[in-house]
Design a protein around this ligand. Structure first.
Ligand SMILES: [Zn+2]
Length: 483
C-alpha cells in the first residue's frame, strides 16, 4: 500500500518578470506573446489536478506589488480579475490556490521597502490590504521573506520579518477570515533580512545598490544568502517563539536545509526546526530548485533527486511542499512525476517516467521516459545529475529520441496535457534536434542561440528586460550546452 500522501501538494508557477518564456504565462504585458485565455487556464489546472496536486501556487510579482495597483492601474485590475477567475476554475476542479508575495519588494525595479520607515510601512500595508481585497477567494496567502526582498536598514533584522508577517496575517484575516497563511522562511533563513544581506553603506533600498559589486566581500555567496547556522538558530528560535500568535491553521515553509538547494551548507541543517515547528503548526517544504532551475529552458529530468527528497521529507514529518516550474507548458513529465511522488513517495522514478511516456506517446515508446534523462546535462541551479555521459553516447541517445518522437502517434494520449499532446511532441522534438546538433561536430552556436531566442524568449522583443537581464544569459547558456 502507498504510504499516507502529503496533504499540501502545490504546483508553483513562477511567472516573474525575469522568467518569461514561450512556455510560461504572460499576465503583465497585454498584447505581448504568451497570454492565456480562461480556457487555457482551465486546461492547465485540469492537468495540475491530474498530476495529483492539491494547490496551484503563484507569485504576486513585484510589477503588480507597486503604487499603480493602488491607483487603479489597468494591468493590475486585469490581473486581479484573471486570478479571481482562476480561483473559481481551481475550486471547480477541487484545487486550492495560494498567492505568494514578498511584502517589501516594490515594483519592477525591486525596491526593498523598510518597515521602519513610516512611508514605506504604510505602502507595505496598503499594498497588502489591496491585494488581499482584490484576490477574493484565494485560499492561502504566502508571506515570503525575499529573494529579492528583505531589509537591513534602520535596524531591520530577522525579527522584523516575523513581526511584519504577524501584522500582515492579522490584516489578511480581517479581510478574508478563512484564508490561511503560509509563513515562508526561505533562505538561511529569512532571505535578505538583517545579516543575511550585505551591509551597504548608505543603502537606499535599491536593487542596483544591493548588487553593486563594489560592496561584495571576499567569500560572499551573493548579495544575500550569507546567514550562518548561528544566525539561523536565532531566527528560527524567534519564529518558534512567536508561532503560537499565528492562527492554528498556519503553514510554515521550511526546507530540509538552509541553502538555495535545501542543503545544510550555508545556514545549516533545518530538519530539527521543521520537526519543532510541526509540533506547533503545519510544516511544509519550499524546495524550489529540486524540479528545475531559473535560467535555461529545457525538458528537465531530475526525477531521482525529487524522489529522494520526498522520502527524506517524509522522515522529517512534513505535510507537503511545492513543485516549482517556470515552464508549465514544457516540463509536463516533471510536473506529473513530481505530483505522483507527493501522492506516493515510494513510487519508482524511472517507472513513473516510463508510465508517463506510455500514456502520452504509446506503450512502444515507454523507453522515451529513460532516454529523456539525457536532456539533464545543463549546468545550473539545482542540477545534480544521476549519471555522466560521453558526448558520443549522448549523440546516439538524442538521435534515438528524435527518431522515436518523429514516429510517435499521440492521438491515444490519455492524460489531459496542456498544451495539446501534438504541440508537446513538437516542442520536445525541437529540443532533441538542437541537443543532437550541439553534441555533434562544430555546431553553429550563433545560429542555435538565435533559434532559442526566437523559440523561447521572443517575448523580450516586446517587453522590457528584467532588472537582472537574465534572458540574455539564458540564450548564451543554451547555445553553450555540451561545449
Ligand atoms: Zn528596514
Amino acid at each position: 500500500m502507498p504510504s499516507a500522501p502529503f496533504r499540501h501538494r502545490a504546483c508553483y508557477v513562477n511567472f516573474g518578470e525575469h522568467l518569461q518564456n514561450h512556455w510560461n504565462v504572460n499576465l503583465l504585458w497585454p498584447g505581448a506573446p504568451n497570454e492565456w485565455s480562461p480556457d487555457d487556464w482551465r486546461r492547465f489546472l485540469t492537468f495540475v489536478k491530474a498530476c495529483g496536486y492539491s494547490t496551484f501556487e503563484y507569485w504576486l510579482v513585484p510589477t503588480l506589488y507597486d503604487r499603480p495597483a493602488l491607483e487603479g492601474g489597468a494591468i493590475q485590475r486585469a490581473f486581479a480579475a484573471t486570478m479571481r477567475q482562476v480561483n473559481r476554475i481551481a475550486h471547480d476542479l477541487g484545487l486550492t490556490v495560494e498567492c505568494l508575495a514578498v511584502p517589501n519588494t516594490i515594483g519592477p525595479d525591486w525596491y526593498s521597502a523598510c518597515p521602519h520607515l513610516p512611508d514605506d510601512k504604510q505602502l507595505i500595508r496598503g499594498l497588502w490590504r489591496h491585494w488581499v481585497e482584490q484576490l477574493e477567494g484565494t485560499d492561502l496567502f504566502g508571506i515570503f521573506p525575499g529573494d529579492p526582498g528583505g531589509c537591513n536598514r534602520n535596524g531591520c533584522d530577522h525579527e522584523t520579518y516575523i513581526d511584519l508577517a504577524l501584522e500582515l496575517t492579522e490584516l489578511t484575516r480581517s479581510i478574508q477570515p478563512t484564508a490561511r497563511i503560509d509563513l515562508g522562511t526561505w533562505g538561511t533563513p529569512f532571505t535578505g533580512w538583517g545579516d543575511d544581506a550585505r551591509r551597504i553603506p548608505g543603502w537606499d533600498g535599491s536593487w542596483d545598490m544591493l548588487v553593486d559589486p563594489q560592496y561584495a566581500r571576499p567569500g560572499d555567496f551573493a548579495h544575500i544568502w550569507n546567514g550562518t547556522p548561528e544566525r539561523a538558530k536565532a531566527a528560527m528560535d524567534y519564529l518558534i517563539g512567536r508561532l503560537p500568535d499565528f492562527p492554528n491553521d498556519t503553514l510554515v515553509s521550511i526546507n530540509l536545509g538552509f541553502s538555495p538547494d535545501g542543503h545544510a551548507t550555508q545556514g545549516g541543517d533545518a530538519r530539527g526546526y521543521a520537526r519543532a515547528v510541526s509540533e506547533i503548526r503545519t510544516a511544509i517544504t519550499w524546495d524550489y530548485s529540486a524540479s528545475e532551475g531559473e535560467l535555461v529552458c529545457y525538458p528537465h529530468w531530475r526525477l531521482p533527486r525529487l524522489s529522494a527528497r520526498r522520502r527524506e521529507e517524509r522522515t522529517v514529518g512534513y505535510s507537503g511542499g511545492i513543485s516549482y516550474t517556470m515552464t508549465p507548458k514544457l516540463n509536463l513529465l516533471t510536473l506529473w512525476c513530481s505530483g505522483q511522488m507527493y501522492l506516493n513517495p515510494d513510487a519508482d522514478p524511472d517507472r513513473l517516467s516510463r508510465e508517463f511516456c506510455t500514456r502520452v506517446f504509446g506503450a512502444e515508446h515507454a523507453g522515451l521516459g529513460e532516454l529523456f534523462e539525457a536532456f539533464e546535462v545543463v549546468a545550473g541551479w539545482g542540477h545534480y545529475p544521476r549519471r555522466q555521459w560521453s558526448k558520443g553516447v549522448l549523440r546516439s541517445v538524442y538521435a534515438e529520441i528524435v527518431e522515436r518522437l518523429e514516429a510517435a502517434d499521440v492521438s491515444g494520449c490519455d492524460l489531459p496535457l496542456f498544451p495539446e499532446p501534438e504541440e508537446h511532441r513538437q516542442d520536445l522534438l525541437w529540443f532533441a534536434r538542437r541537443f543532437l546538433g550541439m553534441a555533434g561536430e562544430a555546431p553553429d552556436r550563433g545560429r542555435i542561440r538565435d533559434d532559442y531566442w526566437r523559440k523561447a524568449l521572443a517575448i523580450y522583443d516586446h517587453i522590457p528586460m528584467s532588472a537582472d537581464e537574465r534572458a540574455e544569459a539564458s540564450a548564451e547558456r543554451f547555445s553553450a550546452i555540451l561545449r
